[in-house]
Design a binder for this molecule. Sequence first.
Ligand SMILES: NC(=O)c1ccc[n+]([C@@H]2O[C@H](COP(=O)([O-])OP(=O)(O)OC[C@H]3O[C@@H](n4cnc5c(N)ncnc54)[C@H](O)[C@@H]3O)[C@@H](O)[C@H]2O)c1
Length: 255
Amino acid sequence: MKLTGKVVLVTGSSQGIGQAIAIRLAQEGADVVVNYHSHPEEAEAVKAKIESLGRRSVAVGADLSSVAGTSKLIDDGVAALGKIDILVNNAGVEKNASFWDVTEHDYDLVLNTNLKGPFFATQAFVKHLQGRKAPGKIINISSVHEDLPFPHFTAYCASKGGLKMMTRNLSIELAPFGITINNIAPGAIETPINTALLHDPAKLNALLQNIPLNRLGQPGDVSSAVAFLASSDADYITGTTLVIDGGLTWNYSEQ
Ligand SMILES: NC(=O)c1ccc[n+]([C@@H]2O[C@H](COP(=O)([O-])OP(=O)(O)OC[C@H]3O[C@@H](n4cnc5c(N)ncnc54)[C@H](O)[C@@H]3O)[C@@H](O)[C@H]2O)c1
């Protein structure tokens, strides 16, 4: 077990990739702050699973699209479990629309959840670490779309591209405090965010043709990489992105 004695906060961990990360890090010995936005019962189930592994856990409701929500989450997490050592910024949303149809509401929802949320959650977390004079680790669940274009998801790509530069910048600014920050960039992972795709056989088949390993990723494919970056095995890694996409990003060939 690589995380014994550590406390981890995973945003958006009532389902999908976040849920898998929360449980995997508990299996590595960490106590876990579970965060949910609108499904307390799912978060309580994740908390119960973590407690069944012999670890401490708390489920905290918070909307991470506002600064008040990010501050509340860090404060409530620390109050419940005493400290936080590792922050996983996982919560995210996407909206499908042609560029000329994107509404201000949807733009704000995507940018506020995917970029402003991680920005201010990280700020509150860093202040907590500085108060303890403690080192720490930040892991952002970005996307292959921090680099790769995704037409009709321009706000999403802008948010993940912004997250990439936030990570590059903060790796330098936070290094003197012993704080590392890295991104994980999943490709296509089988979670509720992809429900529409999973029910569209033609689109799904076309996507699979583009994935050299010829399958969708599973949440466990992402959580195992988080377990590595969260551990002391990754102490010298900061400011980078670990891509987990079955080969999708670089799958270009000329016939
Ligand atoms: N599934 C994929 O193919 C894929 C690929 C690349 C990146 N990602 C990223 O992985 C992360 C997790 O996505 P997922 O696939 O598990 O999707 P998901 O929809 O299952 O989970 C997203 C989570 O974010 C939470 N969330 C959304 N808005 C929130 C808010 N305002 N405050 C707090 N929590 C909020 C949701 O409640 C949910 O728990 C996201 O950042 C997503 O962009 C997913």
